[in-house]
Design a protein around this ligand. Sequence first.
Ligand SMILES: C[S@@+](CC[C@H](N)C(=O)[O-])C[C@H]1O[C@@H](n2cnc3c(N)ncnc32)[C@H](O)[C@@H]1O
Length: 324
Amino acid sequence: MVKRKKMKSRSPDPARRSTTHGQHRAVLLDEAKAILAPRPGQVVVDCTIGWAGHALELLDCLGPSGRLIGIDLDMEALEKARARLATVGNRFSLRQGNFAGLTQILAAEGVTQVDAILADLGMSSMQLDDPERGFSYMRDGPLDMRMDRSRGRTAAQYLATIGVGELCRVLKVYADEPEAEQIARAILSARAAGPLERTGELVQVIRAATSAGKEMWRLHPARDQWNIHPAARAFQALRIAVNRELANLEQLLRILPQHLTPGGAAAIISFHSGEDRLVKAAFRSGVRVGIYDQASTQAVRAGTEERTANPRARSAKLRWAKRA
Ligand SMILES: C[S@@+](CC[C@H](N)C(=O)[O-])C[C@H]1O[C@@H](n2cnc3c(N)ncnc32)[C@H](O)[C@@H]1O
């Protein structure tokens, strides 16, 4: 039997760990702000504005003469962010788009270089909470998973044509799924019986295929522990594949230095070892070739209090670099 990782939790009270439905709690907020050090009059880009948790704080520091440019693939997130940022009243503009196209987005804003750039990767709690988005293995909904619902293939369309070898690779590489082969084979045989179109159907297939899935899954099996849901890794892998998250990050890392003013700072918050490896390698090689004059040697992690209050913070790693 494959042993599943048990994660330690510091709080026995589930209510303390949740984020209010339909909202998103920004992770490593103070740390990101301290690194980016936004000052009045500066221009800052938030590449992943989400619910504007980071952006609100940054915008507040920029004062009426500064400017924040916010980007998100998700049109719905942008609308919510716009409403929140309007409460600060300073100057901001929001663009629907992919941070991989940062060069074009900044050109459209009439800007080439900025003082600070933040990217807080992955999905938001708002996206996860909405069953219609298809990100959740806890709530049944259409198997969509696209951050930008106006284009691209849904997870259902992706699963309809993928081969078993490629699916197995995606599960292993994007989520370290120990039962990748069993899950990939089970998905392909379920697909032969009819298309997989609902998250609930996919969860059932994964549970039937995996050793932990056959057991009764509980979030809090013991007072100080919680189990990873049997479908959690597969859902993460599919989301990363559907949204081409690693390719987008690689492109952002390539173009990032050219958009920072000398002394300008970049901070990237990642939630998965594959992402963190890319960020670490890009910042280190940037220092080696002199594009950056400083970069984090260790990833900045959330403190105990934040990890207790917000489960997302447990896997968050922030890395930063400063433009030479
Ligand atoms: C973790 S959330 C950001 C939360 C935000 N920092 C806050 O405090 O509310 C990540 C956001 O990035 C967006 N996103 C993911 N990949 C993106 C990409 N390649 N380009 C632009 N936005 C992206 C998602 O749609 C999501 O809204």
